[in-house]
Design a protein around this ligand. Structure first.
Ligand SMILES: Nc1ncnc2c1ncn2[C@@H]1O[C@H](COP(=O)(O)OP(=O)(O)O)[C@@H](O)[C@H]1O
Ligand SMILES: [Mg+2]
Length: 287
């Protein structure tokens, strides 16, 4: 059973004076259980629209979708989904502990189950100390960590996160990445949107690039990292130990024998890769 399976999802918004915005064009995408997928695209590309359609917050004009095998038109499809919206907002008069009790309750968790899980999760996101203070007094980072706690509390199978790392400080980003990697270790599927390529490089199995409502490319991150060799860096030294570094775009073999012929010792040969950032920029420029 696929974690996410959608076929030709499309959405056109009608703006002021009937102006049309084709926010999403024929999105087809299949995500396996246990995979981490980065949905990468610039602002306005259609990431949030896609996510809102999957979460039943926006209705697609066309196409179909399934979460864990259940049609997205049925609320039941979201029972085992942890969802982090782009700008999460909370009832500020509640405390973090109360809020998690409310969320867990809506997912039908029993009281004892919820109190054990709540403690685990609040400790995980470093809000245990603050759990009995009203959310109103939380810093921005604390509010975002509460967003994560809310996603984790009912231990869902699938995680749909809209820009979970945006606006976080380095510690916050590291925490989100750790949690994503941990979820993957537990065999969970994570689908998250971002406009930052580095976030994808470090956590994702696959990346999909979306641009102006169209999913342009889907690639395995490992393949991308090994595909894009643009040159080799060769470090060699002479008999006296004096080093030299060369970056050669081609004919590696010839250069290596030439160096050997000169009596130089080759200390390092390393591929120079096109990184994900360049891959992303290339697609954006083509588009
Ligand atoms: N409710 C809406 N009404 C009109 N236009 C919308 C609405 N929601 C999104 N859009 C437009 O759809 C496009 C995609 O938006 P969005 O999915 O939020 O992009 P992203 O999340 O990738 O930044 C944008 O041009 C945006 O202005
Ligand atoms: Mg968005």
């Amino acid at each position: 059973m696929l974690a996410i399976d959608c076929d030709n999802l499309s959405k056109t918004f009608r703006g002021k004076r009937g102006a049309k915005v084709e926010a999403l064009k024929n999105l087809s995408l299949q995500l396996e259980q246990g995979e981490v997928f980065g949905f990468l695209g610039p602002n306005g590309a259609g990431k949030s629209t896609s996510i809102k359609i999957l979460m039943g917050l926006v209705r697609a004009d066309a196409g179909t979708g399934r979460l864990n095998g259940i049609d997205i038109r049925r609320a039941e499809s979201r029972r085992s989904v942890g969802f982090l919206p782009e700008n999460p907002a909370f009832y500020e008069y509640l405390t973090a502990a109360e809020y998690l009790r409310f969320v867990g309750g809506t997912f039908g968790m029993s009281h004892p189950q919820l109190s054990i899980r709540s403690e685990e999760v609040l400790k995980r996101v470093d809000l245990w100390e603050a759990r009995n203070r009203p959310i109103r007094g939380y810093s921005k980072g604390m509010v975002q960590r509460l967003g994560l706690a809310q996603v984790l509390v009912h231990d869902p199978q699938l995680y749909i996160l809209d820009e979970p790392m945006s606006g976080l400080d380095p510690l916050g980003r590291a925490l989100v990445k750790e949690i994503i990697i941990q979820l993957k270790g537990e065999g969970k599927c994570v689908f998250f949107s971002t406009h930052i390529t580095a976030d994808v490089e470090e956590t994702c199995d696959r990346v999909g690039v979306i641009l102006k409502g169209e999913l342009k490319r889907v690639e395995a991150v490992d393949d991308l990292m090994s595909q894009g060799i643009s040159a080799y860096r060769v470090v060699s030294s002479d008999a006296a130990g004096a080093g030299e570094e060369l970056v050669i775009p081609e004919k590696l073999g010839e250069v290596l024998s030439l160096l050997e012929g000169q009596g130089r010792k080759v200390n390092l040969v390393e591929p120079v890769r096109k990184n994900l950032e360049q891959f992303f920029l290339d697609i954006v420029r083509e588009g």
